[in-house]
Write a protein that binds this ligand. Structure first.
Ligand code: ADP
Length: 698
């Protein structure tokens, strides 16, 4: 069916159209009675649905005209209206010739039923059953009453609107947001709306606000971004920008401008609607925060620079200290060498003298020389050792060490001293503990403490060395004596290098370095050295060490007993001595004169030594390290390259007491490493073993 709908409300029109088209009908629209009459020229229109109140020609009139027109009077006419107030309206509609009267909103089915009912009515007569004047009077009355109703309704609506407007104005007046709208259809945009609060925010009267004013108050720095950056041009979607505008008081305020472009039905941008928010306070807070951050950053930078400088200074100081340590270390090694070389002659010739027939005075003198020599040697050793620990060039090899064995060994080297001082030494070590230590250093410490306990004792006194568990992981070795003790006032001075606490004026020998060295050595082994003492009653020095295991230590092989001088008497062979120091060569010459079966050849530098060995291979070579032309280590390496010489035992005889050098040279094939000043027995034993080894061809 083709249906005409007459309704001035476009939404109602749209809705009705959708309903009818959904039911398979064709729809023709008209926004008032006048248009409806024009559209009715179309003879295909089969039904009419009309509202009552419409501009120009209302629904009553439309119905009347349709029913008077012979061409149209058969078309079904349905009123669909919301303006119903009384049964009189409905009655008038029927009197005017309507077929159905429905109130909005009606269910879809009712509407469709009303239409089909109207269509079913067979034939309609013109509405002439009442005098047209009657109808017109009725019509006018109805219209007036309807208009009055409408008026009341409108008055109510406008009151509501006024209230809503006032509320909105109130809200806006107290809001930090200014609402604005710009018409942008023309080249020069015009301000179509700005909320009143702009006066409060920017101090300008509403009427002063227009496009030019706005362009003018933009901060010059922000103008390019806002105007030239296309920000205010038509654009899809919303956008937000922050910029500054000048307040009437001359100050600049930060504004957050969020706007959106509205497009007209023609698809062209017609308006920009947006909101301005005063964000000056927020910006200020941000700026202050930024300033604080900048200041902080500056301070951090300054601090970092200062730290870098301090680090550089520290690094430089460290480098200087390292260099100083290095030169100290070099100085020490040099001094050690320089002092040990003459000491070798003093003690060596002294030992030779001891072996000769001497009268009482000579013997006494040699005794003094030897005693002083040994004292000096001990002094050199201790000073060097302490210095090495200080500069960190001290090496210690920690391993499981059986305390009992080391203790026995240390004590066994002191019976003469104990006898001399009339002291009884007792060892109490029931359980063989294994501790973490450097065997040689532990023996050195024990010897020092036991010899002190003997030396600073009284004749008939006692020294007890006791080993006992301390904690689950440590043991303590107490060296206790019944000696003179240490006066309370002197306890502070203990462990001070060279401070002998008044012992210098006694006959007791010493250097004043033993305790200092002992404490450093024990701490290098991961332990501690403590003591208690009472004047005239005695002292107790305690070594606390970490335990490896409480299992009985395996029996350690006894160190091979040294050969005595006699052992070389039957030995035959050739010995090549490579030594540049004339005094030391002379000493060796004197020593070997005692053994006519040993033939000795001397070479004063490395090259001469190698040549001599090649010309006439010896049974053993005694090699000094500091030679004028090459280092002893190079000589050793070169000797090992000749097949005829590689098997010859090379004994290094040097004043260089560094354990590290000894380890390296032994690794490179040296047979023994003997430090000057050497004991005759030690030297001759090594030579004897070397000759035997070369003869056996091993
Ligand atoms: P040294 O024994 O060579 O003089 P030490 O460093 O071993 O040097 O000892 C420093 C000083 O401490 C000694 O000179 C001595 O006066 C005192 N001393 C050390 N051990 C004992 C002890 N067991 N009894 C009393 N005094 C001691």
């Amino acid at each position: 069916m083709k249906i005409l709908i007459a309704d001035d409300n476009p939404i109602n029109l749209k809705l009705l159209k959708a309903i009818l088209e959904g039911d398979g009908h064709e729809v023709v629209e008209a926004v008032d009675g006048e248009e409806a009459l024009v559209k009715l020229e179309d003879p295909a229109i089969e039904a009419i649905i009309s509202d009552i109140l419409m501009p120009k020609i209302d629904g009553y009139r439309l119905c009347y005209e349709v029913r008077q027109d012979p061409r149209l009077q058969q078309i079904p006419f349905v009123f669909y209206t919301a303006t119903y107030t009384s049964p009189a309206d409905e009655k008038l509609c029927y009197e005017l010739g309507a077929d159905r009267y429905l109130r909005k909103p009606a269910p879809v089915r009712d509407l469709l039923n009303a239409l089909s009912d109207a269509a079913a009515i067979a034939r309609r007569e013109p509405t002439a059953f009442r005098a047209p004047e009657d109808i017109l009077r009725e019509y006018s009355e109805r219209l007036v009453s309807k208009l009055e109703e409408k008026n009341i309704e409108l008055a109510q609506k406008s009151t509501e609107l006024a209230e809503a407007h006032e509320q909105l104005c109130n809200l806006l007046a107290h809001s930090p947001a200014v609402i604005y709208s710009l018409d942008i259809q023309h080249v020069r945009p015009t301000v179509s709306l700005v909320s009143d609060n702009i006066e409060r925010l920017l101090g300008v009267p509403l009427e002063a606000i227009d496009w030019d004013w706005w362009k003018e108050i933009l901060h010059p720095d922000d103008r390019p971004t806002v105007l030239d950056g296309g920000y205010m041009g038509p654009n899809d979607g919303g956008r937000t920008l922050e910029y500054r505008i000048r307040h009437a008081d001359g100050s600049y305020r930060w504004i957050e401008d969020s706007n959106r472009v509205v497009f007209g039905d023609d698809g062209l941008a017609s308006k920009i609607v947006g909101v301005w928010m005063d964000i000056t306070d927020r910006k200020r807070a941000e700026e202050e925060l930024q300033q604080t951050l900048d200041k902080l950053e500056q301070r951090v930078k300054k601090r970092t620079m200062a730290l870098d400088q301090t680090n550089e200074a520290l690094q430089a100081a460290k480098e200087i200290a390292d260099a100083a340590n290095q030169s100290k270390s070099e100085f020490l090694s040099r001094m050690s060498h320089e002092l040990r070389t003459p000491m070798n002659s003093v003690l060596g010739f002294g030992q030779l003298l001891e072996m000769t027939e001497l009268d009482e005075f000579q013997k006494d003198s040699v005794d003094h020389i030897m005693k002083a020599g040994r004292h000096l040697l001990r002094l050199i050793d201790d000073v060097l050792e302490i210095s090495r620990i200080e500069v960190g060039s001290f090496s210690i090899s920690l391993e499981p060490v059986a305390v009992s064995a080391v203790l026995e060994e240390a004590a066994s080297l002191l019976p003469l001293l104990a006898k001399e001082h009339e002291i009884q030494v007792e060892l109490d070590h029931p359980v063989p503990y294994l501790v973490v230590a450097d065997r040689q250093r532990l023996r050195q410490v024990l010897m020092n403490l036991i010899s002190n306990a003997i030396k600073y004792n009284t004749p008939g006194g006692r020294v007890t060395v006791r080993v006992q568990p301390e904690t689950e992981s440590t043991i303590v070795i107490d060296v206790e004596d019944t000696g003179i003790g240490i006066p309370e006032a002197m306890i502070q001075r203990l462990f001070t290098p060279f401070d002998r606490l008044g012992a210098t004026s006694t006959n007791v020998e010493g250097t004043g370095l033993g305790l200092t060295l002992s404490r450093s050595l024990v701490s290098a082994m991961g332990g501690t050295l403590t003591f208690t003492s009472q004047e005239d009653i005695g002292s107790c020095f305690s070594i606390h060490l970490n335990l490896v295991s409480q299992q009985p230590a395996p029996l350690e092989p006894k160190s091979p007993g040294g050969l005595n001088i006699n052992s070389l008497e039957e030995t035959k062979g050739r010995v090549l001595v490579i030594e540049d120091n004339a005094m030391n060569s002379k000493l060796l010459q004197r020593i070997f004169e005692e053994f006519p079966a040993i033939e000795v050849e001397f070479a004063a530098d490395g090259r001469a030594g190698i040549e001599a060995a090649r010309l006439n291979p010896p049974n053993a070579i005694l090699l000094d390290l500091h030679l004028p032309d090459m280092h002893g280590q190079e000589v050793l390496t070169e000797l090992k390259t000749f097949p005829s010489l590689a098997h010859i035992p090379v004994i290094i005889v040097t004043a260089d007491s560094s354990q590290e050098h000894a380890r390296i040279l032994l690794q490179r094939g040296a047979f023994r490493y003997i430090t000057k000043p050497y004991g005759l027995n030690e030297l001759l034993s090594a030579v004897s073993e070397a000759i035997k080894k070369s003869e056996s061809g091993l």
